[in-house]
Ligand binder design. Structure first.
Ligand SMILES: NC(=O)c1ccc[n+]([C@@H]2O[C@H](COP(=O)([O-])OP(=O)(O)OC[C@H]3O[C@@H](n4cnc5c(N)ncnc54)[C@H](OP(=O)(O)O)[C@@H]3O)[C@@H](O)[C@H]2O)c1
Length: 309
């Protein structure tokens, strides 16, 4: 099968198309014929070697943690999806190297679920990692509910676009940071946009004079450090960037988990049109270098996705 491989760590230039053996399907795995695979920042960080200390890694490595496609085969311990079903998933394994930027991928059953009925596969592949991150930050960690005022740092990116829409669906008022070119986009999602950078705290206080009830930080650095001055209860400050810093500030760190119930809930929100997918750019698999270069510039609106089939 055809796959994107990196034979050494590096930037987009180390990525190439190559032939790889068909993945083995262990008892708890689902073999998926990949239709599309979206790009997340973790993917290009893995290609650069930044997660080498955290995961056993198979070389040459095939990147990719997001997938949508059709089930080709299921391991004998899998009960919740069937051959032929349209699925989507967060395909993180206990090791790195047999990822989703390929024609076939074996995905742990814990990360795969029926795809939203209202999306095509390209759109569906944009949801799992970013959508789960947003959902788990807002529900498991921040406990967001009706009437809350929620601040999302980096509201227009992959995770942010899901976070703001899910927060609105949960009944919250949402303030989101982005550069000016993304303000109309955020308004369409029901968000009060504010520019990030100097003066951010004052701009947020102008919209929420008593402070905000929860913060979802997708940036770290100054945005995270100034957040305790804005949130009423530091425990409801959630960061996906910097575990040590957010814990020092009294908040909570999230590392996103594969979760089939959460994937089902995301599919429900999408099929009810409470959450939409915004694709910034899509590329054929063969143009993976250009796709990663674009994603890595750090100003994606919504998602960048690779069409595989
Ligand atoms: N711990 C976890 O489990 C976990 C899970 C998912 C993601 N993450 C991390 O979360 C971060 C966000 O992920 P993502 O997929 O949303 O990335 P992304 O799509 O690449 O984010 C791009 C967005 O970031 C915005 N941005 C850039 N600099 C900013 C700043 N200083 N302040 C506010 N917004 C800024 C950009 O808006 P403008 O164009 O308007 O500047 C753009 O819309 C990444 O670092 C990723 O690795 C962690």
């Amino acid at each position: 099968m055809r796959a994107v491989v990196a034979k050494q760590y590096g930037g987009p230039e180390v990525l190439e198309l190559d032939e790889r053996p068909e993945p083995k399907v262990w008892p708890d795995a689902v073999l998926v014929r990949v239709a599309a695979a979206s790009i997340n920042p973790v993917d290009y960080r893995i290609v650069r070697g930044y997660l080498d200390a955290a995961f056993p890694t198979v070389q040459p490595l095939v990147p990719g943690w997001d997938v949508a496609g059709d089930v080709v085969r299921v391991g004998p311990a899998v009960t919740h999806v069937e051959v032929g079903e349209h699925v989507y998933g967060y395909a993180r394994k206990d090791f790195i190297g047999e990822g989703t930027w390929a024609e076939l991928v074996a995905v742990p059953a814990r990360g795969i679920a029926a795809a939203p009925r209202s999306l095509d596969a390209t759109e569906a592949s944009c949801v799992p990692l970013a959508g789960l991150t947003a959902y788990q930050a807002l529900t498991d960690k921040a406990g967001v509910g009706p009437g809350d005022v929620v601040l999302v740092h980096a509201a227009a990116g992959g995770v942010g676009s899901f976070a703001v829409q899910i927060a609105v669906a949960l009944g919250a008022q949402v303030i989101g940071t982005a550069s000016s070119r993304n303000h109309d986009y955020l308004r369409q999602l029901g968000v009060d946009p504010v520019n990030y950078g100097e003066g951010l705290a004052e701009r947020v206080r102008a919209l929420a004079p008593d402070g905000v009830d929860a913060v979802v930080d997708l940036v770290g650095g100054l945005a995270l450090e100034m957040s305790p001055s804005l949130v009423k209860d530091a425990h409801r400050l959630v960061s996906v960037i910097d575990a040590a810093a957010v814990q020092r500030l009294g908040g909570q760190y999230l590392f996103v988990r594969p979760d089939i119930d959460d994937l089902a809930e995301l599919a429900r929100l999408i099929d009810e049109r409470a959450v939409r997918v915004h694709i910034d750019r899509r590329y054929p698999l063969a143009d993976v270098r250009a796709a990663v270069e674009y994603a890595e510039h750090g100003h994606v609106r919504g998602k960048v996705v690779l069409d595989v089939a």
